[in-house]
Write a protein that binds this ligand. Structure first.
Ligand code: PRP
Ligand code: ZN
Length: 295
């Protein structure tokens, strides 16, 4: 048997925000990854997988040239690769709903640049030249793009450029470098990307992996609520919990007027929902985290 076909090769960011989220998602899918700093190849028995720990900038190229089958990258890198390479074999397998960030143009807080128009004739440093050029073209701005492969935030401070175009997540890095955001160029999140031309066996494995990912992603914002309520009030639940047309109910022992109800709620709405449940007489409310939701 060909070893290359037998193992699934996944490229992950070695270190950085994407790396933390990727490993956390994989571990919620029971991959049990423990990545030490100098581990560049990590193997898992789950789905017979090899994880290649690399610079995120290298991930699209590695997948395109079939060094890896799939990988997790920021949308920012995928878009840049797509714009730079007219012909490539990459496709988006799934959006992974973490590592939300944005590619933004930022300027020094004392630069006097207050609008996009004011960027005309100025220099903008970035690691995303193609994405920035597309944006400037759309906005009809003529600026010089300076390509940097790291420490872009320093560019304005040391006089290399008048503005920068870089990733912003919490905004801490911008702040630390005396920069303020002027305009968003691209919204981004983590993507599972793969090579389009993989054989059927590998594609089946990837579908299996993505099923596991989606089960975890669906559960992330969900809570399982158990409560006791008067039977006559069960029908009111659907107004409180949209989509809860026929909740699971269990009769309470020696209390024919009450039932135990089990429902799923979005965590972001939890406190509001609990308050409404109490209003219709819910008692013995228990809220439990959900690991995975399978369809
Ligand atoms: C990103 C990005 C910025 C920083 C912004 O780096 O390049 O430097 O995060 O985040 P903040 O707004 O929360 O400060 P990342 O750690 O993803 O690694 P990278 O070097 O691969 O870009
Ligand atoms: Zn990077």
């Amino acid at each position: 048997m060909n070893c290359k076909e037998a193992r699934l090769r996944i490229a992950l960011q070695k270190s950085g925000k994407l790396s933390e989220g990727s490993i956390s998602l994989l571990n919620k899918c029971n991959f049990n990854l423990r990545v030490a700093k100098n581990h560049l190849l990590v193997q898992s028995k789950e789905l017979n997988t090899d994880f290649l720990m690399v610079r995120d900038d290298d991930i699209p190229g590695f997948i395109n040239s079939e060094v890896c089958d799939i990988g997790i990258v920021g949308e920012n890198l995928f878009v840049e690769y797509d714009l730079t390479n007219k012909k490539h074999n990459l496709e988006i397998v799934a959006r992974l709903k973490f590592a939300y960030c944005r590619l933004s143009v930022a300027v020094k807080s004392d630069s006097g640049i207050k609008s996009l128009k004011a960027l005309n004739g100025k220099k903008i440093a970035t690691s995303y030249p193609a994405t920035l050029e597309r944006f400037l073209k759309k906005e009809k701005i003529k600026a010089e793009v300076i390509v940097m492969h790291g420490s872009v935030e320093l560019a304005a401070r040391i006089g290399v450029a008048d503005a920068v175009c870089d990733l912003v997540s919490s905004g801490t890095t911008l702040k630390e470098n005396g920069l303020v955001e002027l305009h968003t160029v691209l919204e981004s999140e983590a993507l599972l990307i793969g090579n389009k031309n993989l054989d059927k066996n590998v594609k089946n494995k990837i579908a299996d992996l993505n099923f596991r990912f989606q089960s975890v992603i669906r559960a992330i914002d969900s809570k399982y609520i158990m409560l006791h309520i008067d039977k006559k009030n069960v029908s009111k639940l659907k107004n409180i919990l949209p989509g809860c047309e026929s909740p699971t109910t269990l009769e309470l022992h020696e209390n024919p007027d009450k039932v135990a109800v089990h429902v799923v709620s979005k965590e972001s709405l939890l406190w509001d929902i609990i308050a409404q449940l109490k209003k219709i007489g819910a008692t013995s409310i228990l809220v439990v985290s959900i690991d995975k939701i399978m369809d």
